[in-house]
Design a protein around this ligand. Sequence first.
Ligand code: TMP
Ligand code: MG
Length: 269
Amino acid sequence: MCMSGKDSLLSNAWYQQVISDFDMTLSRFAHNGKRCPTTHNILDNDLLINDTCKKMIRELLNTYYPIEIDATRTVEEKLPHMVEWWTSVHELLIQQKIRRDLLAQAVKQSSAMLREGYKVFFDRLQEQQVPLLIFSAGLGDILEEVIRQNHVFHPNVHVISNYMDFDQSGVLRAFKGQLIHTFNKREGALLHAAHFRELKERPNVLLLGDSLGDLTMADGVAHTQHALTIGFLNDQVEERKESYVNSYDIVLVKDETMDVPNAILNYIT
Ligand code: TMP
Ligand code: MG
């Protein structure tokens, strides 16, 4: 682990903010050798979608996830595929007329888990009044339910994500705002300028992600003084190690815990 002298510069909670991805960063990639679901995959539940739709969403995952993590393709090459993936899945979800009142139950029944040590992480930031922005290309409504059910949706948490738009009877009819996928978080950040403006007195950023696209989440911070970036490398480790080490300050390989972020927070806040 190398912090390249940034540790002392980051010290002082008053000037800090934390920006984190959600799926496979705050949530676990695997548990006991089994993959944990992303927020999209939590919807793979009989309560919400039928078998044909489940099959189609799984096929889309099998087609597009390998592209998302392909170390041989550039971000530019991946972009149109990501738009296709997200758009197709969201259209399928709308066709299923998903009911808002069943989302909490689907989250309860899922095997989604936050990384070990998550409570220390969220509680510490809340105690120190450090804002935590969760910036996710997943589903905001589901993400909020996961952190609520884990009792860490504290007042210092702000979420930027894809939110569902329900009609008056509580049935999904569209998605709100600009689509966020893995590789357009920079544009997403710039669209949420008001959030970053509010935090303009906090120029020191701790950033957590699991994709190289997550590194652009802090692009909305106008005057970053110091940024420390932590990347969780969950999958395709050998193929992607070099690019992660070249891009993130700290790279955690197949680490399902928040131990390193917690140790850093313990030191700097
Ligand atoms: P994140 O920005 O919170 O990590 O969320 C994006 C992740 O969601 C990304 O790694 C791909 C994943 N995903 C699925 O697992 N299933 C889907 O249907 C879609 C559209 C995305
Ligand atoms: Mg992620």
